[in-house]
Structures are given as structure tokens and as C-alpha cells.
Design a binder for this molecule. Structure first.
Ligand code: ZN
Length: 275
């Protein structure tokens, strides 16, 4: 049976003693994935990564990571694009050392340019990233995230197409972002199904069985994402979303990015299991 794991975007809040105490907590609480938040830096040391890999394997916890916020693969200057590439590569390398499966990040800003031109640039940059990781022997999936603002590159159609064109690349679907960037759309069973069908059409059934997903409540407006909310505070149609996950046999990792990460990871899991 396809397995959908639920877990936290970051170290569960009750754990204040460091990353190596996170896995036992997740195991005890029946959560089965965790995202390493490398959003300000790749803070995990190499030795800790190796220890984490052992722990996670033993506890059956899948690890993913969120790369730097300071990435724009469409930056005008090559120097900035290079720095962006290196941030993705660094996060991917360390996550791979920790036994992680997928690294996500917000790929680029359109900067008021033609989306097709931006797509071509991001594709070039992604090729360089994937080539370097291949050279370093790093075997991990690079999964840019569907973004929450219309100024940010990253519709699910763009990223699915890109992933279908590049070996080693997938997509991280943040359903709250889809909802926010469209100022309230993507909140029905039909719309959720359309997203999952697009993933299947571009990337195949296998990808649906092993997805990287972000979920949270979200506040939004005409400019898209404002801030994340808890599940119950938001207008996300959780029943429809989880029904679509079940009907399409979605597997992989659901990362809770709610302000109460672990409580809402458990809330989502319970809700999903109750469908
Ligand atoms: Zn996200």
C-alpha cells in the first residue's frame, strides 16, 4: 500500500536540545518525516548528519530539507546566480549526507520578465546544479517548490514541465501556496485532482507515490501569500484535499509548515486517516 508520511518542517518545538533529540521524539509521536530548515544557513555539521542518518533509518523517519531563502536562479548577475546555485548544492550535499531524499527551495523571481524567458534561465541554472551534484556523487532529488506569490517563479505547471525535462529533478507541491498565489483558488476536490493529474501526466505514477508536499493554513490577498496559519484557523478545504490524496494514492512526505508544526502534523495525520 502506498504510504503517506506526516512530519514537521523543522525540529518539533518541544525539542530544545538539538537535532539529535528530534528523531526519538518523532518516533514516539508516530510522525515519520522531518524537514531540515536550512533557510538561513546549512547549519548541520557533517558528523551530526552521519549520526542523524543512522537514527532516521532506525526510526523509519524520512528526511527532506528546505534550502536557503536567498536564492534567485533568475538573478541578473552571474555572480548572484552562482551564489544561488552554490546554496542549493551545499544544502543538497549535506542533506544527502544525512540520508535525506529531497531538497526544496523557492527557485526564482520573474523580475517582471516574460515567464518563458525566466523558465529558460532557471532550466539552465538547474542543469548546472544537477551536473555539479552528479560530479560530487550526490544522489538526491532536487524539488523546487510551488511558490506563494505571483511575483515568484513556480506555478505547478512550470515546475512539473521543468522536472519532466531534467533527470534528478522533481517538484515540491505546497498546496497552501497554490491557494494563496491564486488569491483563493485551488481549494476544491476538482482543483486538487487537477494538480495531482498534472504531476502524473508529466512525471508518472511513480512520482505520485513518492511526493514532497508542504501543507499549512495560509492567509493571502491579491499579492498572494501573507503568512502561514494553523490548520483550523485557515480556509483550506482539508477534507477535499485528503480525499484527493487517497483517491490518487498519493505517497511520500507531507511536511507541516503551520506555526504549530508538530501539533498540526498530528492534526493532519489524524484528519487524513479519518477520511
Ligand atoms: Zn512550503
Amino acid at each position: 500500500m502506498t504510504r503517506l508520511r506526516f512530519g514537521t518542517g523543522g525540529i518539533p518545538r518541544p525539542i530544545t536540545t538539538g537535532i539529535l533529540d528530534a528523531i526519538p521524539w518523532l518516533e514516539q509521536n508516530n510522525l515519520h518525516c522531518m524537514e531540515l530548515e536550512f533557510v538561513h544557513s546549512t547549519w548541520l555539521k557533517e558528523e551530526a548528519a552521519e549520526e542523524l542518518k543512522k537514527q532516521a533509518k532506525k526510526a523509519d523517519v524520512t528526511l527532506t530539507a528546505h534550502g536557503s531563502y536567498y536564492i534567485n536562479l533568475n538573478a541578473a548577475e552571474e555572480k548572484k546566480r552562482e551564489a544561488s546555485r552554490n546554496r542549493v548544492i551545499g544544502a543538497a550535499h549535506r542533506t544527502w549526507q544525512a540520508g535525506g531524499e529531497s531538497v526544496t527551495f523557492h527557485p526564482a523571481f520573474y523580475l517582471k520578465q516574460d515567464p518563458e524567458k525566466v523558465y529558460a534561465q532557471v532550466k539552465e541554472q538547474m542543469k548546472l546544479i544537477l551536473q555539479e551534484l552528479h560530479n560530487e556523487g550526490v544522489d538526491i532529488t532536487i524539488s523546487p517548490e510551488t511558490t506563494g506569490k505571483p511575483t515568484q517563479m513556480g506555478t505547478y505547471e512550470e515546475l512539473c514541465k521543468l522536472a519532466s525535462e531534467l533527470e534528478g529533478m522533481s517538484i515540491c507541491v505546497d498546496f497552501a501556496h497554490l491557494h494563496a498565489r491564486t488569491n483563493g483558488a485551488y481549494n476544491t476536490y476538482e482543483e486538487y485532482s487537477k494538480v495531482l493529474e498534472t504531476v502524473e501526466n508529466y512525471l508518472g505514477k511513480e512520482r505520485l507515490r513518492n511526493m514532497h508536499i508542504h501543507l499549512s493554513g495560509i492567509e493571502y490577498g491579491p499579492k498572494g501569500e501573507k503568512n502561514h496559519l494553523t490548520c483550523v484557523e485557515s480556509d483550506m478545504n482539508w477534507d477535499a484535499l485528503f480525499k484527493a490524496f487517497k483517491d490518487y494514492s498519493v505517497g511520500g512526505c507531507v511536511i507541516s509548515e503551520s506555526p504549530i508544526i508538530e501539533e498540526d502534523a498530528l492534526w493532519m495525520k489524524k484528519k487524513y486517516e479519518g477520511i
